[in-house]
Design a binder for this molecule. Structure first.
Ligand code: ADP
Length: 399
């Protein structure tokens, strides 16, 4: 069965077509500038056909999906002969609120529930819905599945997800910690258990998804018991451009002194903060590391703040779970940043954690980087959120 995986943003739509018999990607690409002018990049992977890259009008997500189908089936750039060869579509959906603890087959009720979650994910859920509705229009009758970033974290106990604010806000508006990157934390924690050769029952993992957006999860007995992101992806660690957790009083001082509205302040905290805000250099850790090597003190400070925070959460989650069997590094920086990994675990020997410097010199590959005498295993595991979406979709549609 071929499964089309869609990750729809407000003006972009990324896709990967999987052959699920072999779990391989046969084509992938991205539509950009939807609703503006439009650009499609399409890469056939399986058959050596050329890449297609051109500007073309994409007024809505429906035209974008149409263009994707056209390329997937075209004699020149295609990998399948007709739409009939797409057995199902899997959609990444950001916010499933409290309604979804696992992936689901999309029907009208599910669409209504995702719509109800818009206040919790105002930037992403409307875009995800546009992707779903466009597929329904262009590919009627093809089953579609929603895979939620929040679902894996629904097993958190109440003491980990309730904010200490008046309880009525939770009851009235669902204000609680939800957590994100759930498909990634779920994927790498499963592989970590295989690498450890132990069952989920009794296991304790700390999964560190470190990319442009970053979050940690504490995974006990194979289930998430805590995570650093909250109601939105703004909470927790400092990130590329997001502040992570800060004292909310800062907002009132910013408003009073800069004359900013609450939305403008949230924009600053989402888009101008994090390692970009501190370093003034870039949101990309590669640029910041380079600047730090060249003696830029604020770039060094930005890295120090980030590493220190990840270290603190590792300690916190070890306390929360009474120890850890393994720490997992994943996502852009976690997979490709040996220096970051080294700085994060430096000084954790008293907690039984150290890495092997030679083994740690790895980028984008699964590897056990545990140091000699370390009680806690340390793994690098490349994440693959699209594969999780394709697997869930196949499983649900096959039921
Ligand atoms: P997103 O959260 O957008 O999915 P990714 O998981 O792709 O992001 O991570 C992107 C980030 O990973 C980049 O901004 C960069 O900081 C970091 N990164 C990627 N490759 C490297 C590398 N070789 N060395 C250091 N950092 C890297």
């Amino acid at each position: 069965m071929n499964v089309l995986v869609i990750n729809a943003g407000s003006s972009s739509l990324k896709y990967q077509l999987f052959d699920m018999d072999t779990e391989t990607v046969v084509a992938k690409g991205v539509c950009e500038r939807i609703g503006i002018d439009g650009r499609l990049t399409h890469k056939p992977v399986s058959n050596g056909k050329p890449e297609f890259k051109a500007e073309l009008p994409l007024p809505t997500h429906a035209e974008a999906i149409n263009a994707v189908i056209e390329k997937l089936t075209s004699p020149e750039y295609g990998v399948i002969s007709s739409l009939k060869e797409i057995g199902a579509v899997g959609h990444r959906v950001l916010h499933g609120g409290q309604k979804f603890s696992e992936s689901v087959l999309i029907n009208d009720t599910v669409i209504a529930a995702i719509t109800e979650c818009i206040p919790l994910g105002p930037l992403h859920n409307p875009a995800n819905l546009m992707g779903i509705k466009a597929c329904q229009k262009v590919m009627p009758g093809v089953p579609q599945v929603a895979v939620f970033d929040t679902a894996f974290h629904q097993t958190m106990p109440k003491h980990a997800y309730i904010y200490p604010i008046p309880y009525s806000y939770y009851e009235k508006y669902g204000l609680r910690r939800y957590g994100f990157h759930g498909t990634s934390h779920r994927y790498v924690s499963k592989i970590a258990l295989e690498m450890l050769g132990i069952p989920a029952a009794g296991s304790r993992l700390i999964t560190c998804h470190l990319g442009n957006g970053s979050s940690l999860a504490a995974v006990k007995d194979g289930k998430c018991v805590d995570t650093t992101m909250g109601l939105s992806p703004l909470e927790g660690l400092p990130m590329g451009t997001r502040s992570g957790s800060i004292d909310p009083t800062i907002l009132s001082v910013m408003a009073a002194n800069e004359g900013l509205t609450i939305n403008q302040i949230l924009d600053v905290l989402n888009k101008e903060s994090g390692v970009l805000g501190v370093s003034g250099v870039s949101s990309d850790f590669r640029d910041i590391e380079q600047a730090a090597h060249e003696g830029n003190a604020r770039a060094e400070l930005a890295l120090d703040i980030f590493d220190y925070d990840v270290k603190k959460y590792i300690g916190a989650y070890m306390a929360a779970m009474g120890g850890a069997d393994a720490i997992v590094f994943t996502a852009g920086l976690g997979e490709n940043g040996p220096e970051t990994r080294e700085r994060i675990v430096a000084g954790l020997e008293p907690l039984g954690i150290c890495i092997d410097k030679e083994q740690n010199n790895v980028r984008g590959q699964q590897r056990d980087i545990t140091g000699k005498g370390s009680k806690v295993k340390v793994f690098v595991i490349p994440t693959n959120e699209e594969l999780v979406i394709a697997r869930d979709t196949k499983e649900i549609v096959g039921k």
